[in-house]
Write a protein of this length. Structure first.
Length: 127
């Protein structure tokens, strides 16, 4: 069994949507992540170096989502997984992205989820 660092309800406004008119306004996406890691040495010594720093995850994901437009929430999930897998000591990460489509008033939310490991991003290098 592995240790986990979990982030729930990280909220970002980004330009996203399959249709052009959707990308003219920023829409809110919610991100949940669960990163498998091993923080036993850090937990025992109370040493914050080399951990999955959720403050830093939040900052880096926000910067990544602000840097481009997206057609798909699947692409957002891939970018978030890439940020976490290539920037932090994780074995695997599960990422869920939820969006409320403004052009579908009868839908509360839509979501996608992926599971990725650092080996899924070989061109990015190790954390």
């Amino acid at each position: 069994m592995h240790d986990r660092v979990i982030g729930l309800g990280l909220s970002y406004d980004c330009r996203i949507g399959l249709r052009e008119y959707e990308r003219h306004i920023k829409q809110r996406v919610l991100i949940d992540f669960e990163a498998e890691t091993d923080w036993r040495p850090n937990g025992s010594s109370d040493d914050p170096s080399g951990i999955v720093d959720y403050y830093e995850v939040n900052r880096r994901v926000g910067r990544a989502l602000a840097s481009r437009e997206y057609n798909l929430i699947e692409a957002v999930a891939e970018d978030v997984a890439r940020v976490i897998c290539t920037g932090f000591p994780v074995r695997r990460v599960r990422v869920k992205v939820t969006k409320t489509p403004f052009d579908m008033p009868n839908v509360t939310a839509v979501a996608v989820e992926c599971v990725r490991s650092p080996s899924d991003f070989p061109d990015a290098g190790a954390p």
